[in-house]
Design a protein around this ligand. Structure first.
Ligand SMILES: O=C(O)CCC(=O)C(=O)O
Ligand SMILES: [Fe+2]
Length: 459
């Protein structure tokens, strides 16, 4: 086997198996301006404008209110923004268990959640549903922060976890024009930059809600704001008990920002990576009811967490991805693993009637010797309990089973199996075939790989 091909696949596999696939994610949701037609909430594309209200310390008893998006050309809007800035206090950070104020480390101002309210809700806008595809998530408002030009920033740090169930942080940047202030998130040797105010082409800071979420163990920093006010809400993300099947339809998520996107793109650009094309396989991390026809019909829509992220990244790069059921031969009592090599080479001498023409073409998967790839989109065969007797080969034959040469990036996750029940052999018993759900990606030959389709499709 070509060594380079193996090393790229191994690196990609290690990346997929690590949490790095989704150590950070983010997106952009455009917000209607207050004189926009869409401001009445009739457009599903735009978020309606919203307002921040706070206890003013500078003007006793006066109602303090700032509407978003902030219109820098409007005198009232500008005056309200400056009033907000005046009412904020210097933002501290945690250091060795104490709250520390040190402008050489963090230059920002803040409002505690007890003194403001805002009619923006990260649930309503779909952000929490998107994050919930990582683990099930609950977002709790923490602070409002302002990083102001010329020098608002926050040096590299890791957020202090506020409970055992906190798994990450969510930062939402409210629509208010600014430049600089990139949020840089790092995990292992990987870095993602959320650059919402930087270049003109990319400048959504004034008109959109930009957000980023990342795991608690990610180091992150806010680079210096060079112009304007970067107003953010921070939320703590907690694990929540089962949020159930998600639609998988997350318009707020930008797959290009997922760290895996760049890794896969890099691999595809190497002409000696699957030079002649082939199939990549990734075992799903989560369990699905993929062996029942109702369950299978919902895939890939209900993929969860990193499975959905991996699916979306490959789809986003214009590749064909499908969810397949992989028969776990080594864990199935119906197969004697010692027969496996013979079986695969077409020299099977057992009683089953194996179609030699098909089977001799079959080859072993690379990293794991027990897979039998079966199409899940067709019916998964569930033999009648107590019904007629069939051999495994007959049953698999009916479903168009085939063993393909798959380059597996990961190994199956122990326990994440679905079952196909069937009757087998001469006994009137019920046996189970264990299967794993896996993502199978068709990689075209290097000569037909275009740069990238640059779409941001989600399932
Ligand atoms: O505003 C941001 O982008 C991140 C702020 C931050 O890191 C924090 O508040 O801990
Ligand atoms: Fe932070």
């Amino acid at each position: 086997m070509n060594e380079h091909r193996t090393s790229i696949a191994e690196a990609l596999g290690a990346f997929v198996e690590s949490k790095s696939v989704t150590f950070a994610c983010g997106g952009t949701i455009a917000v209607a301006s207050s004189n926009d037609d869409a401001a009445d909430g009739t457009s599903s594309q735009l978020l309606r404008p919203f307002a921040l209200r706070w206890d003013s310390v500078t003007e006793d008893g006066e109602l303090s209110k700032l509407s978003f998006p902030v219109n820098m050309n409007d005198d009232i809007s500008n005056a309200n923004l400056l009033k907000l800035v005046k009412d904020c206090q210097p933002a501290s950070f945690g250091y060795k268990g104490a709250d520390v104020l040190d402008e050489s480390y963090r230059k920002a101002i803040k409002l505690d959640r007890s003194v403001f309210s805002i009619d923006f809700c990260p649930y309503e806008s779909g952000i929490v549903d998107t994050i919930a595809q990582m683990p099930a998530a609950q977002a709790e408002l923490y602070k409002l922060n302002i990083y102001a030009a010329p020098s608002g920033f926050f040096k590299a740090h890791v957020d202090t976890p506020r409970s055992n169930t906190q798994f990450g942080s969510l930062v939402v940047s409210l629509p208010c024009d600014y430049q600089g202030g990139q949020l840089i998130v790092r995990h292992a040797q990987h870095t993602v930059s959320f650059d919402w105010g930087a270049s003109t082409a990319n400048n959504t800071s004034a008109t959109a809600m930009n957000w980023a979420a990342f795991y608690s163990d990610c180091e992150h920093e806010v680079l210096g704001v060079t112009e304007g006010y970067r107003v953010t809400l921070t939320y703590n993300l907690y694990c929540a008990a089962g949020s159930g099947d998600l639609t998988g339809n997350s318009p707020a998520m930008d797959v290009k920002l997922l760290p895996l996107y760049a890794k896969v793109k890099e691999a595809l650009a190497q002409s000696d990576f699957l030079q002649y094309g082939g199939l990549l396989g990734v075992y799903c991390q989560h369990g699905y009811a993929h062996t029942t026809s109702e369950g299978a019909a919902k895939l890939p829509g209900i993929l969860k967490g990193s499975d959905m992220a991996i699916y979306s990244v490959f789809k986003g790069l214009g590749l064909e991805v499908s969810v397949k059921s992989v028969l776990d031969i080594l864990n199935n009592s119906l197969f004697d693993p010692s027969d496996y090599d013979d079986y695969m080479s077409g020299e099977d001498n057992s009683d089953g009637d194996i179609d030699e023409n098909t089977e001799t073409k079959l080859r072993k998967p690379r990293w794991w010797d027990g897979s039998y790839l079966k199409n899940i989109e067709g019916d998964v065969v569930v033999a009648e309990v107590g019904g007629y007797e069939e051999s495994v080969e007959e049953i698999l034959g009916v479903s168009g089973a085939r063993q393909s040469d798959v380059l597996w990036l990961t190994r199956p996750i122990h326990g994440n199996v679905g079952m196909v029940h069937l009757t087998y052999g001469n006994e009137a018993g019920i046996n189970c075939l264990y299967t794993h759900a896996a993502l199978i990606i068709e990689i075209p030959p290097a000569s037909r790989r275009t740069d990238s389709t640059d779409t941001t499709v989600m399932a």
